[in-house]
Unconditional design. Structure first.
Length: 125
């Protein structure tokens, strides 16, 4: 399992892209998608919602369980991936591409986000 080097990661298994015009993309990692099993439903924050780093902002339901979705940063949601809402299996098949979850205009980024190498070591341990 390879974690893209250009992303940063939370200990709750979310990834965060670098900001473009202050907006970053959020998704869950391949490790989390594999642990969840087949994702059948996603509940995401709405465009315009404010999310807080480390707080729940949605849910992912799989054939095994329901898991909370945590925001890795604080900010305002600017876009939700409707493709994932309509086809939750994208979270499993393309967690780093088409399976992204939402975009957020970042107002605060916690200092404890991990690099790809740090996340790989964390998720293996």
């Amino acid at each position: 399992m390879s974690n893209p080097q250009q992303l940063r990661y939370s200990k709750e298994h979310e990834w965060l892209s670098g900001a473009e015009d202050g907006v970053s993309t959020v998704g869950i990692t391949e490790h989390a998608a594999n642990a969840l099993g087949d994702v059948v439903f996603v509940q995401l924050p709405e465009t315009g919602d404010t999310v807080t780093a480390g707080e729940t902002c949605g849910e992912l339901e799989s054939t095994k369980s329901v898991s909370d979705l945590y925001s890795p940063v604080s900010g305002e949601v600017t876009e939700v991936n409707e493709d994932v809402v309509n086809d939750p299996s994208l979270v499993n098949s393309a967690p780093f591409e088409g399976g992204w979850l939402f975009k957020v205009r970042v107002t605060e980024e916690p200092a404890d986000l991990l690099s790809a190498d740090e996340y790989t070591a964390f998720s293996a341990g």
